[in-house]
Design a protein around this ligand. Structure first.
Ligand code: SF4
Length: 248
């Protein structure tokens, strides 16, 4: 059974939520013309946002973090986005020497050994490239939704980051059913791993399928405590993030 079959459902207020997301993106694009980027994880929510950007011809650049640990199914979305929308997704990679040094010192499986090593891996593969992605930008767009986890329950439609940029979360009030209803009705390309019970997809070593009834992000860093489960991209008061100069 596909993710569309499993999750897509039309619910009251869907059209209004789509219209509101478009309005958020339109006003963000106008206010931050030439200085705004969608930081896409290539997950379902971000594919919806990319579709909205393309459909409404919004002047928002699109970029992703190519951590070097993504599934091939995730990477395959880059040419699909180009074919479908004619849009280029700029990929930001970690500094090669830093990765080689980290792996030489800590091994390929360091992320499973301690939270500190896992966060160090996220810092060099995600946070440092994110800082470069956002350099010179005044705003960025994410696919955060309130429903994704307890730590995201209060996500607003826009919020300041610690560098004075504005972070826009146009799908903050969308449900998982909304995301898939939009994908189904607009034939949005999506990662086939979503059809294999992976609602939240990150790097391959740190993502697993979830079982029926498990929380949305249970397949991310599943060996850690629930509260530790963020990579730092969207966490406030994260020392590693401040250290690297990346937004929180
Ligand atoms: S999600 Fe896993 S592999 Fe990816 S950067 Fe973080 S620790 Fe490293």
């Amino acid at each position: 059974m596909s993710a569309v079959d499993l999750y897509a459902r039309a619910t009251t207020g869907f059209d209004e939520r789509v219209a509101h997301a478009v309005a958020v993106l339109q006003s963000a694009a106008t206010e931050h013309a030439g200085r705004i980027v969608q930081a896409t994880s290539l997950g379902a929510e971000d594919m919806v946002i990319t579709d909205l950007i393309a459909r409404h011809q919004l002047g928002i650049d699109i970029a992703t973090l190519q951590t070097g640990q993504l599934h091939e199914q995730t990477l395959a979305l880059l040419p699909r986005i180009h074919e479908r929308y004619g849009l280029e997704v700029r990929a930001f990679e970690p500094v090669a020497e830093a990765v080689v040094h980290f792996v030489r010192q800590n091994g390929e499986r360091a992320m499973y050994e301690s939270i500190e090593l896992r966060k160090a891996c996220c810092a060099l593969r995600k946070l440092e490239p994110l800082a470069r992605m956002l350099d010179g930008r005044s705003a960025w767009v994410t696919g955060l939704r309130r429903e994704q986890s307890d730590t995201r329950a209060e996500v607003p439609f826009s919020e300041p980051d610690d560098k004075g940029r504005t972070k826009f979360n146009p799908l903050a009030d969308w449900s998982w059913a909304d995301v898939w209803h939009y994908i189904a009705t607009n034939d949005v390309p999506y990662n086939p791993l979503h059809d294999e019970f992976m609602p939240s997809i990150g790097c391959a070593p740190c993502t697993r399928a979830i079982a029926v009834g498990e929380p949305f992000r249970a397949g991310r860093w599943w060996w850690e405590d629930e509260k530790a489960k963020e990579c730092g991209l969207h966490v406030k008061d994260e020392p590693a993030v401040s250290m690297l100069g990346a937004p929180r």
